[in-house]
Design a protein around this ligand. Structure first.
Ligand code: PEP
Length: 253
């Protein structure tokens, strides 16, 4: 039995950019492109205050809206956090988790990423779970160990059917927002490794179904070469997702 081919996903991570009005403006401009003609899934991750407006602006289009984080408790005295139910109430269906900026600047660990991931999955959100090594870790030849630990920690206690609803993103920290992209070969090596780890943890068929996105200075002119690699199933895009024409250039590539 052959597995169904994995559909490409291009997800834009808007980080701490764009007000609700700016998010709506982007989505209206982006909807003018012939998105439905492309065999590509598209998701956009605005800031929390822009999610509601973004969901409404994307209604009736193939664009999916993702949050950039979610908390594991349903509610309570947790200042600054947002729950799964709160995201779902405004129509959000996806969430980015474990982004390196969360790990680097906000103390996110494999354990907290895992708690968020399990809550997201239990509540029916589709997570984009990010892993990636720093420059120092790559230079010390520790890349694959770091990725293995992040996968083990992040997916601890996640069963097969939940893993089936998870998207992974490999984002080498040294390539995020730096203009330095991993070559397609470097990225493929790690993507292949991630898939083999998933096959070991779950099984080969599940590993072959899970989408693994690449992130790190993806642009219209390097997207096609990255997507041509056998284990790269799309992109998580930061800087180049902020302008509709540039982001379309990546989807179109
Ligand atoms: C990101 O934020 O996930 C990212 C990959 O950023 P950039 O595309 O700007 O490197």
């Amino acid at each position: 039995m052959t597995d169904t081919p994995r559909r490409i996903m291009i997800a834009g991570n808007w980080k701490c950019y764009k007000t609700a009005a700016e998010a709506v403006q982007f989505i209206q401009a982006f909807r003018a492109y012939p998105l439905a003609e492309k065999a590509v899934d598209v998701a956009l991750a605005p800031t929390f205050p822009a999610l509601d407006a973004a969901v409404r602006a994307a209604e009736g289009s193939p664009i999916r809206v993702a949050a950039q984080n979610v908390f594991w408790e349903p509610d309570g005295a947790f200042t600054g956090e947002v729950s799964v139910a709160m995201l779902k109430a405004v129509g959000v269906g996806m969430v980015i988790l474990g982004h390196s900026e969360r790990r680097q600047y906000f103390g996110e660990t494999d354990e907290t990423v895992n708690r968020r991931l399990r809550a997201a999955l239990a509540g029916g959100l589709e997570p984009i779970f990010c892993v990636g090594e720093s420059l120092a870790e790559r230079e010390a030849s520790r890349t694959l160990d770091v990725i293995r630990t992040q996968i083990e920690g992040g997916l601890a206690g996640v069963d097969e059917s939940s893993a089936d609803r998870t998207i992974l993103a490999y984002e080498p920290v040294w390539a995020i927002g730096t203009g330095r992209t991993a070559t397609p070969e470097i990225a493929q090596e790690v993507h292949g490794f991630i898939r083999s780890e998933l096959a070991k943890k779950y099984n080969k068929s599940l590993a072959n179904r899970i989408r693994i996105l690449y992130g790190g200075s993806v642009k219209p002119d390097n997207a096609a070469a990255l997507m041509a690699q056998p284990d790269i199933d799309g992109a998580l895009v930061g800087g180049a997702s902020l302008k509709a024409d540039v982001f379309w250039g990546i989807v179109n590539a």
